[in-house]
Design a protein around this ligand. Structure first.
Ligand SMILES: *Cc1c(COP(=O)(O)O)cnc(C)c1O
Length: 268
């Protein structure tokens, strides 16, 4: 993207997408969260300018999915390039762990450009961009932050490759994770907590008041559970939450332990 181009983004996109658009010098338009009609109007308004439509696949603070199928159709109609940041989908969603496009039955024609981090499900550091040869070549030649940054160390690349092999071959880890997610959601709802519409390992509990969320987080930490409080300005005022993040390495007993702790705190 460059000056004169238009980047249309979801308002809840990760900061890196916002900063990337700013760095590129293109015009940035942001639509209300997951509002496909609003995205359509913004693409319309961009006229003949080159357009990029960018969204998180899984939103990092809410855990919900982007409506990738209608967004992909929209991008095609408007001749916009669709970029999906699938940092939280890769490794976790889809039969083979390929992420939110696979989960929603979409392929590389629907989502021509994807960014996935190696820092989350893969357990390493660094990131990948997945796209056509021409797009990758263009990034290698012109993406300044990439060109002027030291390459991934070979040891990290080897570890990531090994991790991705496990991700593909061991769907039972994803099945286990899905069970933990269901167990946590049912349990937390039964305790009277407000779960959010998320089917992913990001399971925020809406608390509302910032001080209350921080107090709950600190109490959980005392019991050996790291559940950060997410508060304004990361989320809107009055929407402070506990961001529970589940992993395939957790056990059902640990989920029950967390639920017991949440129950004790609710009564305290
Ligand atoms: C975590 C995250 C990133 C950043 O990944 P790093 O590996 O920490 O650079 C980018 N996008 C989204 C949506 C994320 O959740």
């Amino acid at each position: 993207m460059e000056r004169g181009d238009v980047c249309v983004q979801d308002k809840l996109n990760h900061a890196c997408l916002i900063d990337g658009a700013t760095l590129a010098g293109c015009a940035l338009r942001r639509y209300p969260h997951n509002d496909v009609d609003a995205a359509s109007r913004q693409l319309d308004g961009a006229g003949d300018a080159p357009k990029l439509l960018a969204t998180d696949g899984v939103f990092s603070m809410d855990g919900d999915l982007a409506p990738l199928r209608p967004l992909a159709a929209l991008a095609k109609v408007h001749h916009a390039l669709l970029l999906v940041d699938d940092a939280h989908g890769f490794g976790v969603l889809g039969t083979d762990g390929q992420g939110s496009p696979e989960h929603l039955g979409l392929d590389a024609h629907d989502v021509p450009l994807r960014m996935v981090t190696l820092g989350k499900a893969v357990g390493c550091s660094g990131a990948l961009v997945l796209g056509s040869r021409a797009m990758i070549d263009a990034l290698i030649q012109f993406a300044r932050p990439f060109v002027y940054t030291t390459a991934l160390p070979p040891a990290i690349a080897a570890a990531a490759l090994c991790s991705i092999t496990h991700l593909r071959r061991e769907p039972q880890r994803r099945a286990h994770l899905r069970e933990l997610i269901a167990r946590f959601r049912i349990g937390a709802s039964q305790l009277g907590y407000t779960v959010m519409p998320s089917t992913t390992p990001i399971q925020p509990l809406l608390i509302g008041d910032t001080q209350a969320a921080v107090a709950l987080s600190q109490a959980l930490l005392q019991g050996g559970r790291y559940v950060p409080a997410i508060r304004p300005p990361t989320v809107p005022v009055g929407a402070a939450r506990l961001r529970v993040t589940l992993s395939a390495a957790h056990t059902a007993a640990q989920i029950d332990g967390l639920l017991d702790a949440l129950n004790d705190m609710r009564c305290a």
